[in-house]
Design a protein around this ligand. Sequence first.
Ligand SMILES: [Zn+2]
Length: 400
Amino acid sequence: MKITREFVHRMPKTDLHVHLDGSLRLQTILDLAEEQGVELQGNPTNADELADVIKVGAVHDSLAAYLKGFDITLSVLQTEESLYRAAFELAEDAAKENQKYIEVRYSPTLHMEQGLSQPLIVEAVAEGLREAKRRFGIMSGQILCGIRHMDPVASLRLAELCVAFKHKGVVAFDLAGAEYDNPAADFKTSFDLIRKNNVNLTIHAGEAYGPESIHQAVHVCGAHRIGHGTRLRENGDLLNYFNDHRIPVEICLKSNVQTRACDSIESHPLPFYMSYGLRCTINTDNRLITDTTMTDEYWTAVEAYDLNIGDLRKLMINGFKSSFMPYRKKNTVTEQAALEFDNLVREFEERTGVPAITNPRLAAEIALQLSSADSTKPLVAKETLLDEAKQVVANAAQEE
Ligand SMILES: [Zn+2]
């Protein structure tokens, strides 16, 4: 079975790395600017002109240049109503491509220009996400971001906010912003507070700086996941540490090319990481600024690296497994996603008349993924699965 874009669009998905302020709809920015009397840079009158001003989907000289588009989005995200709308619409757009669970990140510090308090900001976003859950069933959590190029005291305030809102919509703390010249270790007080309170932690690292930054994020700051990790391949020892400890990497393919974290999709380390067994997840980073969707990101990987159905399934499962949902809930949700994925494969097989899996090793691999996604069944030895899979493939060949 050939993997189609339609299959990718319909399969269950997660997005664990998506910035609220980088993922608005163009028309929403125009609407909000008009409602609020905000004059947008370049005075765009329609969505196309606005896309040009923001340089949507463009390749930039650096991460810092890429981040410029956020000045515009942030200019209209200073009220409770606008934050509610942005959060609701992001979750709605995600649900439309069958995302089941998203972790939406942003920095409340950047939404206080008109006097909003930080708790009100978090509540407005939470309300938008809750409404999306009611309407579309999509589950979500918030990740609050400290900002590297700001005073560490501002990040400490956000870490305190995370602690206060733990179990009230906030699932983790993050450190975002300009990586170069702003080491994560400078924010140690924030991370200490986060760890002391058993709050989940993910850190943007190895995007605009080398593996030292990733090392620090994990070993000095205690990160449970890493945002990007594009340059992890430069340090084999650390790479193995990630693999051995199953530390998830939040991969954002298109954004990595646009910020020059890597030269091209073809030269991205994702296929190497996957073949090495690293726990890779696929994410959008910024739906608007990067001009992408989860379907686009997966489809980019399918086309560039010639992924098979087993690769795709593994990436999807990794997304669910690496989420900051509580473990027991995560097991149930992952199992449901695996079942939905397999039913979709069956539907496509019937429609096209071509089996999705013709290779016994791949069938065994998928069976292993299935048993590890299902909390109620014990893990089966790989050899047994391989034998069973060989039999399935042989039977299928006979029927043909
Ligand atoms: Zn990011």
